[in-house]
Design a protein around this ligand. Structure first.
Ligand SMILES: Cc1cc2nc3c(=O)[nH]c(=O)nc-3n(C[C@H](O)[C@H](O)[C@H](O)COP(=O)(O)O)c2cc1C
Length: 369
């Protein structure tokens, strides 16, 4: 098994935000703009964080919390805690070990991992440490649709053979958002980092004069509900959709047999001015009912955020940029430490709110003025 290097942790790391300054010192300006930027005016990027901060908890006291725990059941599997690492592309931009480091960290901290379609490490090397650790969380593979059914079929077979347990089709980014920060920095992938599990890119469609590169070049190849059905029919793995924000789309997804949704605005990187995910989540929960599987991401960096997400109807959460800051700051050990800090904060938040389990976190836990 390939193993990641073990580095010293910087001193004084009390919470996830503390990793950011260390990461900044180690990541070049090109990769930093790619990691931290959002779309356009970055209103949604900021709104995600602001929304978690604006929600106040309304705790109960003197409850018997002995034997409490953070366990949850997700797609039929019991997990020690509800934190998964979000799919983030090209992680070798941020640390030489890239996704290998986060796989070892997730396995060590019983977290789940959703590997990006655009991972920069081969998928089998990621699956190995996760599958070797019985207490590891779920191992899922994120997909972007590629309009080449033979290619997709071979990719699905490889994902299944490697031991991934579910597919997550990202549906909110058929084209990159207008990422000003990235464009100002002139972001470019270095020659030695690529989406190693995907092979070459498909040649763009030939355009006639007057045609739009986006609507005539890219969109004919983008996923629609047809492709959702195709994926369901061509893989035995459960399929989740990431980036559904409208209740009608959410209902349609479930009607088509989708196993769950990731309530996400792509960390503010796709369409700017979308609501914060803390606003989207309760709407979708109300529309879909108690049984639907809803996972939320965007701006989560505190144990109280995770508890609030449960109070708003989440079944699990994804951690995004903060774990990449930890990766850049201190490799596998950094990510493991970040996960441990977040789990500890979650337990503390539960204990101080009178929640013995996450099932106790409902709307009654939130302050309404
Ligand atoms: C640098 C970067 C790359 C990302 N790459 C992907 C990706 O390949 N696939 C995907 O579905 N989402 C991708 N995302 C979105 C994340 O999965 C997640 O939705 C988002 O980062 C959550 O917001 P947060 O960073 O505020 O926690 C990426 C996000 C970042 C910051």
């Amino acid at each position: 098994m390939s193993t990641p290097r073990i580095e010293a942790l910087p001193n004084g790391l009390a919470n996830l935000a503390d990793f950011e300054a260390h990461a900044h010192a180690r990541v070049d300006a090109n990769a930093w703009a790619y990691l931290n930027g959002g779309a356009a005016d970055e209103l949604t990027l900021r709104a995600n964080r602001v929304a978690w901060d604006a929600i106040k908890l309304h705790p109960r006291v003197l409850r018997d919390l002995a034997g409490g725990h953070t366990r949850v059941t997700l797609l039929g599997r019991e997990l020690l805690h509800p934190i998964l690492l979000a799919p983030i592309a090209y992680q070798r931009l941020f640390h030489v070990d890239g996704e290998l480091a986060i796989a070892h960290a997730a396995a060590a901290q019983s977290a789940g991992l959703i590997l990006s379609a655009q991972a920069s490490v081969v998928m089998e090397d990621i699956a190995e440490p996760m599958l070797a650790e019985p207490s590891a969380g779920p191992l899922w593979f994120q997909l972007y649709w590629r309009d080449d059914r033979d290619f997709m079929q071979a990719l699905l077979a490889r994902i299944e053979a490697a031991g991934f347990e579910a597919l997550v089709l990202t549906v909110d980014a058929p084209v990159h958002g207008a990422r000003d920060r990235e464009r100002r920095a002139g972001f470019k992938l270095p020659d030695d980092i690529r989406a190693i599990n995907l092979g070459g890119r498909k040649k763009p469609l030939d355009l006639q004069p007057g045609q739009s590169a986006l609507f005539d070049g890219l969109m004919p190849r983008a996923a629609t509900w047809r492709e959702v059905d195709w994926l369901r029919a061509h893989s035995r793995l459960p399929l989740l959709l990431k980036g559904v924000s409208h209740a009608d789309d959410a209902r349609e997804a479930l009607q088509r047999g989708v196993a769950g949704l990731v309530v996400s605005n792509h960390g503010g990187r796709a369409l700017d001015t979308l609501p914060a995910t803390a606003e989207l989540l309760p709407r979708l929960r109300a529309a879909l009912g108690a049984e639907a599987t809803l996972i939320v991401d965007g701006g989560i960096s505190r144990g109280t955020d995770v508890l609030k997400a449960f109070a708003l109807g989440a079944n699990a959460v994804l951690l995004g940029r903060p774990y990449v800051h930890a990766l850049a700051a201190a490799g596998a050990l950094g990510v493991a430490h970040a996960l441990r800090l977040l789990r500890d904060e979650l337990e503390i938040a539960m204990a101080l709110s009178g929640c013995k389990t996450l099932a106790d976190a409902g709307p009654q836990l939130l302050w309404t003025s």
